[in-house]
Design a protein around this ligand. Structure first.
Ligand code: FDP
Length: 316
């Protein structure tokens, strides 16, 4: 699609944008239905009294009532969509059938990433992956679209269906209107988000971070993966990492629910995402709850990470 002028953008809503981009009809209906769940989830956040529900998810983490209600909102929407056969969520221990059989898509969700920040009133969000075939067999390769809905001072939604990465803002009328057409990262940015404790980092990773700090990269780590990636996309560059740690070589973040959908958005915006060596989208998950180290952002910094991890450091 041609680049759209600022004056015209405010009149282009999500459905029109997807129609202009010639996205498959069922896929654009599905993306729109999921975008709508963002409004319901945000209402729940507003209603909530920020109390813990006293449950644990399959990873032994405490679940907020909000995590569970967000998950339920998405599941219910998918049951009525008519386009989705199965749903996999970070809040569930197995894939659930939501269709009658034969539907085209499988949807994954991290229903409320960063939910532990609700009480601090920081930005959090919903991460969605839309797959065409089995998630485990296809992995990142079966992704046909990804979405990221951020609940912050504004509600924003970023999607890609393999047609670039685009941002929309929910306006007062409840419509998602175009705010960023074809987000494109610069080759190199100047912000850095690095998860895990410094004392648990490997020597190579520590050297990499020190190198970026010495080069003047500014620290930007909120504690919500979705918001930190949003930051890099909107500022058009930088790098986020949650690396392999000495005691947990697979890092912390989840490949299917968090990393692959955000890697899809990042790559479509001209950025990169690797586990330090191979591309995140080329990794075939062995289990639903697989975790994986991540280096994601503009190409220069992500490629640089590999040189440090391989022990081939060079000056920038
Ligand atoms: P959270 O534990 O709050 O769910 O998904 C895991 C995640 O948040 C990411 O959103 C975030 O980047 C990371 O964990 C934060 O981990 P640390 O507390 O170790 O910094």
């Amino acid at each position: 699609m041609e680049n759209i002028s600022d004056a015209t953008k405010q009149f282009i809503d999500l459905r029109r944008h997807m129609w202009m981009a010639s996205i498959d009809l069922d896929l654009r209906r599905l993306i729109w239905q999921i975008a709508v769940t963002g409004k319901y989830i945000y209402s729940k956040i507003q209603e909530s009294n920020r109390k813990l529900a006293g449950h644990e998810n399959i990873y032994g983490e405490e679940q907020l009532a909000l995590d569970m209600s967000s998950d339920e909102i998405i599941k219910r929407q998918l049951e009525f969509s008519g386009f989705v056969s199965h749903y996999a969520s970070e809040e569930r221990d197995s894939i659930v059938q939501v269709g009658k059989g034969g539907e085209k898509y499988i949807v994954t969700a991290d229903p409320l990433d960063g939910s532990s920040l609700v009480d601090a009133n920081l930005s959090i969000g919903t991460i969605i992956g839309i797959h065409r075939s089995s998630i485990l067999e296809g992995g990142g390769k079966s992704l046909v679209a990804a979405m990221s809905i951020v609940y912050g001072p504004l509600i924003t939604m970023i999607y890609s269906a393999g047609n670039g990465t685009h941002e929309f803002v929910l306006n007062r009328e409840g419509e998602y209107v175009l705010s960023g057409e074809n987000i494109t990262l610069q080759e190199r940015g100047n912000i850095l988000g690095a998860g895990g404790l410094r004392r648990d980092w490997t020597p190579a990773h520590l050297e990499y971070i020190q190198h970026l700090e010495d080069k003047g990269y500014k620290l930007r780590y909120s504690g919500a993966f979705i918001s930190d990636i949003n930051h890099i996309l909107i500022k058009r560059g930088g790098v986020f990492t949650y690396p392999a740690l000495k005691k947990s070589p697979n890092g912390k973040l989840r490949l299917i629910f968090e990393l692959q959908p955000m890697a899809f958005l990042m790559e479509q915006a001209g950025g990169m995402a690797t586990d330090g060596r191979q591309g995140i989208l080329s990794i075939k998950p062995e289990s639903l709850d697989q975790r994986c180290p991540i280096y994601i952002g503009s190409k220069y910094e992500v490629k640089k990470a590999k040189t440090f991890l391989d022990g081939n450091t060079t000056t920038m």
